[in-house]
Write a protein that binds this ligand. Structure first.
Ligand code: ZN
Length: 616
């Protein structure tokens, strides 16, 4: 038989309990230190903390002698599934101190069966770890064993841990036995993944969902254990261990073991625990948090240095800040928490004060940024640099308008400080790969963001009048409108304009352009305008092609959009968001602005009144 709980510390034949049952104290050698998780493993139902519903139902089942043939215990790791299974095995087989008792909700702990099961050496209580024995043969062994009567117990108990790991064939083999179990056999299954257990098996078991144990209960339990061990643990340290235990008594007791080993044998300080967990000192986490949320990067980085010197890991530090952000949000939403014992003293006082200075949207954004930041630190070659970048970004979190406001500002709706938009002339379509925040952006639709150069408050308001054939682009657009796709493609990609002076156009076609390109263009223009145009083929370099200009302008628009403070704020606020496209209502199909400021063309000089065409 082996222990399935994972605390595989080798130990000598296990002494049974700390001498609580009147048996002589074990004559173990001094070196036989027992890990706390094992030493304080519950042996009776009433010792199972945080599992009240399960305990109540099991107790009454045993009291009424209406005991299921098979139990299914489910819950996350460390909540006491296997421990519960063993208590069930004892409850089934206890014969009482006088050897005449039957199944009982209160196993005595002193009869031969109780003691043998406590010591993991009862021949009729068989534990199997389905994680390592998944096959049908393993199950057949068990099924074979069910055919024999128990050797010394009333009931053979088969405890199968991580039962969801069994193969399909193994489950099928088991099913037959579960359908008609011999009267002297009980099964106790444990699993962390109940959904992987076939319904056919589930339906033949009484199911118990073991809960994660709340922090407050863990704190109380660890305090009791420390007291029994004669060790004082500072309350902050107990709380830190309880939080790190994440609902598991076993994990928490392992941590307590380690903390005790680090202390002087009598006392464990909060700093000992923090050091052991790689946590920043709680006070320092508050220092950093207060600094970033007040927009003081220098203070934040200084506090980070101190935390690092004290042994805090950068990732753990951001994790602590993430947790603190959650706590602050809860403090805001649930004022009663300020008096809750579940919260450490520091959170109740300093945390409550900090929470009062913050808004939920700010906390929400801080959460998003930290969540992203934790992942960044894990991925970065330089954890310190990554962590510092996150903190610096966070320093601006309080300045950021809430996401809804960002969207409104970017879409230039009135009444929201549109003055900040002067100079904006593009449209940023932001596609979020991230969470709900990104969806909020998407819901906001296309947003006009924009380059800072154009004095575009005016251009946003005044309709832009595009004179006909005022530029080569207009000519190309006309060709497209005339359904000359091939010619249009060549004009777009293979032609450099040297001079545009209607009705004369000088251009340099690429070598791959058709030889009759000039004459075809002239023909189209004549057909549409009634004017004879002169197309001169030149050897001068000329402008970039329209396609090149369009690409360059698009790149520029993206850069300008990405550099815009509001867009940056959005990118920071919504992890995973990226600029998908920058749409500018002021640009034409070629991606170029109607008034092509970037090319430095005078606005009106090129405008040729249609009358001049008619005149010729
Ligand atoms: Zn007993």
């Amino acid at each position: 038989m082996h222990d399935l709980l994972g605390d595989d510390v080798p130990e000598p034949p296990v002494p049974e309990g700390p001498g609580l049952f009147g048996d002589a104290p074990p004559a173990a050698p001094a070196a036989a230190y027992r890990v706390l998780a094992r030493k304080y493993r519950p042996t009776i139902f009433d010792d199972l903390i945080g599992q009240d519903a399960t305990v109540r139902i099991l107790r009454s089942a045993f009291a009424l002698n209406r005991i299921a043939h098979a139990f299914m215990l489910t819950g996350v790791r460390g909540v006491g599934k296997t421990t519960t299974a063993r208590i069930i095995a004892r409850a089934l087989n206890c014969v009482g101190p006088d050897g005449s008792g039957g199944p009982t909700p209160d196993p005595c702990g002193v009869c031969d069966n109780c003691r043998a099961i406590l010591a993991d050496r009862h021949p009729d209580v068989v534990e199997m770890d389905a994680a390592s024995r998944t096959g049908v043969d393993d199950v057949r062994e068990i099924i074979e064993a069910t055919r024999f009567r128990p050797m010394q117990a009333r009931t053979k108990v088969f405890i199968i841990d991580e039962v969801h790991m069994l193969s399909r064939h193994a489950f099928n083999a088991l099913l037959k036995t579960l359908e008609e179990p011999p009267p002297h056999v009980k099964f106790v299954f444990a699993t962390t993944e109940i959904r992987k257990v076939p319904v056919t098996v589930l339906s033949r078991c009484q199911r118990f969902d073991l809960r994660r144990i709340p922090v407050s209960l863990l704190i109380a339990q660890f305090e009791k254990v420390a007291l029994a061990e004669g060790i004082t643990v500072e309350p902050e340290g107990l709380a830190a261990i309880a939080r790190a235990a994440d609902g598991s008594v076993r994990d928490g007791l392992s941590l307590l073991d380690q903390a005790i080993a680090q202390g002087d044998g009598l006392r464990v300080t909060a700093a000992d625990v923090a050091g052991m967990l790689g946590m920043a000192d709680r006070g320092l986490v508050f220092d950093i948090m207060e600094a970033v949320l007040a927009g003081r990067p220098a203070d934040a980085l200084a506090a980070t240095d101190r935390a690092h010197v004290l042994g805090a890991d950068f990732g753990a530090m951001l994790g602590d800040m993430l947790e603190l952000t959650h706590t602050l949000s809860r403090l805001k939403m649930v004022p009663d928490l300020r008096g809750a014992a579940e919260l450490p003293e520091l959170e109740r006082t300093r945390g409550a004060a900090l929470a009062d200075t913050l808004t939920i949207p700010v906390l929400g954004r801080a959460w998003q940024m930290l969540l992203k930041g934790v992942a960044e630190v894990e991925a970065a070659p330089d954890r310190r640099a990554a962590a510092e970048m996150v903190l610096i970004r966070l320093c601006h979190v309080a300045d950021l308008p809430p996401p809804g406001e960002l969207v409104r500002r970017l879409s230039g709706q009135p009444g929201n400080g549109a003055a900040g938009l002067v100079g904006l002339a593009g449209t940023a379509g932001l596609a979020g790969g991230g969470g709900g925040g990104a969806r909020a952006v998407a819901a906001g639709g296309a947003m006009s963001a924009a380059p800072a150069e154009a004095p575009a408050a005016a251009s946003l308001e005044q309709p832009v009048i595009t004179p006909r054939l005022a530029s080569f682009r207009d000519v190309v657009a006309l060709v497209a409108a005339e359904r000359e796709p091939l010619l249009h493609g060549h004009l777009l990609h293979s032609v450099h304009v040297v001079r545009f002076a209607p009705p004369v156009i000088e251009l340099r076609p690429h070598a791959d352009a058709p030889r009759d390109l000039a004459s075809r263009l002239a023909a189209v223009l004549l057909g549409v305008t009634g004017t004879r145009w002169t197309i001169v083929v030149s050897a001068e370099a000329g402008e970039p092609t329209l396609a090149q200009q369009g690409n360059a302008a698009d790149t520029l628009r993206r850069q300008v959009a990405a550099d815009h403070p509001l867009v940056r704020a959005i990118l920071d606020a919504f992890p995973g968001a990226h600029i998908e496209a920058v749409r500018d209502p002021g640009v034409d199909a070629y991606g170029l602005a109607a008034e092509d400021v970037s090319l430095g063309e005078p606005e009106m000089a090129e405008m040729v009144p249609p009358a001049e065409f008619d005149a010729e």
